[in-house]
Design a binder for this molecule. Structure first.
Ligand SMILES: Nc1nc2c(c(=O)[nH]1)N[C@H]1C(S)=C(S)[C@@H](COP(=O)(O)O)O[C@H]1N2
Ligand SMILES: [Mo]
Length: 162
């Protein structure tokens, strides 16, 4: 299996790190969640808790915002870390293989019990697909989630056409 880096974590951390599919799968079982459809029937695959990754890199106390970057489609969100830290997952595996792009892979961020699309700072829109870079920052960072109805509709139309 290819050992390419799927995700890197940088910013206000003690030890920046890069993760391959195998690295994600090897994170302690206590942080693994098999079959996310059990908590959300709209999602498929197996996940690892964000906390499992953060425990590897070590957050500095200055880390206040969680930046989620998807370079493949230039989509970015920046949300307060404390509010999501304990309920965030990274979905990375489906049927034993890396999550396919069609379901947001190779790595999809997922917040348990997030607000409906566009209703809050921490909403479904922050469930960033194709996330390849997590960046901890002291201040709010790059966030280009749609913020008006028209922009949002256009984004969802684009998703359907893709
Ligand atoms: N990389 C990336 N992630 C993304 C988006 C996007 O356009 N690109 N759209 C977001 C928005 S606005 C929403 S509401 C959800 C939609 O997820 P779904 O298509 O699985 O329903 O994904 C979010 N994650
Ligand atoms: Mo959204």
């Amino acid at each position: 299996m290819s050992e390419s880096v799927l995700l890197k974590i940088t910013g206000e951390v003690l030890q920046p790190a890069e993760f391959t599919f195998a690295d994600l799968a090897e994170i302690d079982a206590a942080h693994q969640l098999v079959d996310v459809s059990r908590i959300d029937p709209r999602r498929q695959g197996d996940a690892v808790a964000l906390e499992g990754l953060l425990s590897r890199v070590g957050c500095k106390t200055s880390a206040q915002y969680l930046g989620l970057h998807a370079s493949s489609d230039d989509f970015h969100a920046s949300i307060p870390l404390a509010a999501v830290r304990e309920r965030s997952l990274l979905i990375y595996r489906h049927e034993g293989r890396p999550l396919s792009v069609s379901i947001g892979g190779p790595v999809r961020f997922y917040i348990r019990d997030s607000a409906a699309c566009k209703t809050d700072e921490i909403d479904e829109c922050a469930n960033v697909k194709f996330v390849d870079h997590i960046e901890l920052t002291a201040e709010r960072g790059l966030d280009n989630r749609p913020d008006d109805d028209e922009e949002h509709e256009a984004l969802h139309r684009g998703e359907q056409d893709a």
